[in-house]
Design a protein around this ligand. Structure first.
Ligand code: FAD
Length: 319
């Protein structure tokens, strides 16, 4: 095994984010024979989480635990990753195209003087990386011919391998001196959020201006809960104060690729499509049959959402 691919995993509230497991599958697609080394950064006893990366296909895991890694800073994480990269000299690096991945990986790539193919949604044979361009209207294919094979992958596109608890591998700890940082996070004040994480949800029920009020979103939450999904929104709905901007999907919001996207009272502006058009199955509910959302929908219901959603909830509850 001469090639070695480093997979930078991500922890949220001490849980490993799914995209970390997907990144291991991506590493295997890049080179099935390469050694896959997982990397986890955080504080406290995070060694136990390393075992999960092994169960999803990593050969071994390196853990860097430090009080200054409790919360992400590009400086702290950058120093820790660079130390591990210098120790391990990987031929490839894979990370999720998450907020942290988007911030951290260009910095690492520039320090390594290597390229970066970001937001990869598929890996074809012979190392061809597929990524969306022009707000999802087209795809480009890239081949890395020189330097480290460094990519970020879009969550929910490259399926993780099956979990195998019987796999074994070494989980080792590396000490990195990251005490002297220019930026230290003193406290994180989080907005209360409930339920499934929008960017990793398999089902999203998204509301637009057609929902007409914050109260109008309540049935959408009910439907999302029954389906085990999350609620999203168009910018129209966020601008109208029906919901928080954290729910916004689109060019200037989150990019999502769930298995099922239900667009409710959303017209399908190009900026909204940029964030959801790669969803696997799109269902649109809109009273205007000419609405652009029907051009990307796999299934369309022309009707008043205030009549359709309660009927849908009733039917889904029967299943
Ligand atoms: P509308 O366009 O007003 O559509 C409402 C829809 O609801 C209509 O189709 C209507 O037929 C339907 N409707 C109304 N009542 C009912 C009913 N009772 N039953 C069923 N259907 C009903 N937008 C985003 O979403 N995300 C972004 O990230 C984003 N970024 C942007 C960035 C820039 C630089 C700009 C300029 C714009 C951006 N926008 C973004 C805004 C975007 O252009 C649209 O204005 C916005 O998406 C419209 O939101 P909407 O579809 O909810 O509202």
């Amino acid at each position: 095994m001469s090639d070695k691919i480093l997979v930078i995993g991500e922890l949220r509230d001490d849980e490993i984010r799914n995209v970390s497991f997907e990144a291991i599958a991506a590493a295997k697609k890049i080179d099935a024979n390469a050694e896959v080394v997982g990397l986890l950064l955080g504080s406290g006893n995070i060694e136990t989480q390393g075992q999960s990366l092994i169960a999803y296909g990593a050969d071994r895991v390196i853990v860097v635990s430090h009080d200054n890694l409790k919360t992400y800073t590009s400086e702290g994480y950058g120093q820790a990753v660079m130390k591990v990269v210098n120790d391990e000299s990987p031929t490839g690096i894979v990370m999720g195209h998450t907020s942290i991945g988007k911030d951290l990986t260009p910095k690492i790539a520039s320090k390594l003087n290597t390229g970066l193919v970001s937001d990869v949604v598929d890996i074809e044979d012979d190392g061809v990386f597929v990524r969306p361009i022009y707000s999802g209207k087209a795809f480009e294919k890239k081949v890395i011919t020189d330097g480290i094979t460094f990519i970020t992958i879009r969550p929910n596109n490259i399926p993780a391998l099956d979990k195998d608890e019987s796999r074994s591998g070494e989980v080792s700890s590396v000490d990195v001196d990251i005490s002297d940082l220019r930026t230290v996070i003193k406290d994180v004040i989080r907005k209360a959020s409930e339920g499934v994480d929008l960017s990793e949800a398999n089902v999203i029920v998204a509301g637009g201006r057609g929902v007409k009020s914050a109260d109008g979103f309540k049935p959408l939450y009910e439907l999302a809960e029954i389906l085990g999904g999350a609620v999203g929104a168009s910018r129209g709905a966020c601008d109208a104060d029906y919901c928080d901007y954290a729910l916004q999907i689109g060019q200037t919001g989150k990019v999502v690729t769930p298995d099922l996207y239900i667009a409710v009272g959303i017209s399908g502006a190009i900026q909204h499509l940029a964030g959801m058009s790669n969803s696997k199955v799109i269902v649109a509910i809109n009273k205007d049959p000419e609405s652009n959302i029907f051009n990307v929908a796999d299934y369309g219901i022309v009707g008043d959402l205030f009549e359709v959603i309660p009927l849908l909830i009733e039917e889904v509850k029967k299943v």
